[in-house]
Design a protein around this ligand. Structure first.
Ligand code: BEZ
Length: 223
């Protein structure tokens, strides 16, 4: 990003995840190579010791085992210092009780990005929202280090972590079965077949056992 020239760039869906080295609350990180073979969720938060971010950390940390079971590594980031990250994490773990969460361990690393090197590389700072803090960005990166989905939220709206899990499960299911997920899809619900590329393709799927075609281009099935 070059703020002086008023131009701005961010990695896009389908791009290789930009590589970087950074210090984190768990030591030095080479991203994404340290997480070879895993799905990765790289997310930014605006600032340590702030209310919405604290509730987000509790929500994410509570679900960490569910993400591990999905072969997914979570990595946080803000433009705060290492001592700030460590003090905030300790404070959350020891003192905060929120929405049924108490004594929750924040088990994922948080990147120290005082220089804004990583947040700039990933387009996490949006000057119209804030010049000095990241927005709430979420990058979903697959085991081949390709960016598969991106979510951006503003400062004043906390993210939905069930949706973040749904994105990971949806992408993994789509890859494993070569299908797509319809609106509001949830695990266990019917999936849709990719758009047919030939008329023969369209005819074949109408006849396929277990496939329901609502129209030639909209066919669904159970997995
Ligand atoms: C928050 O997490 O509450 C927050 C952080 C920065 C700006 C606005 C809200």
């Amino acid at each position: 990003m070059d703020m002086d020239n008023n131009t701005w760039s961010m990695p896009r869906i389908g791009d290789k995840a930009p590589e970087f080295r950074a210090m984190t609350t768990h030591g030095k990180l080479n991203f994404p190579s340290d997480y070879a073979g895993k799905w990765k969720i790289l997310f930014s938060h605006p600032a340590d010791f702030t209310p919405v971010c604290t509730t987000e950390f509790l929500a994410f940390a509570k679900m960490q085992k569910e993400f591990e079971a999905l072969n997914t590594q979570i990595v946080g980031l803000s433009v705060d210092s290492l001592s700030s990250h460590i003090a905030w994490v300790r404070n959350i773990e020891e003192k905060i009780e929120w929405d049924g969460a108490k004594n929750v361990e924040i088990g994922f690393p948080i990147i120290v990005d005082l220089s804004k090197k990583v947040s700039t590389l990933y387009g996490m700072i949006m000057p119209g929202e804030s010049n000095n803090a990241c927005v709430r960005a979420v990058f979903f990166i697959d085991p081949a280090d390709k960016i598969r989905a991106i979510i951006y939220y503003p400062l004043n709206l906390g993210r939905n972590f069930d949706e973040i899990k749904r994105v990971i499960v949806g992408l993994q299911t789509s890859d494993a079965h070569e299908v797509a997920m319809p609106a509001n899809w949830q695990p266990g619900k019917d999936v849709v077949l990719h758009y047919p590329v030939t008329t023969d393709d369209a005819k074949a799927r109408v006849a396929e056992e277990g496939v329901t075609c609502h129209e030639w281009y909209l066919c669904s099935k159970k997995l």
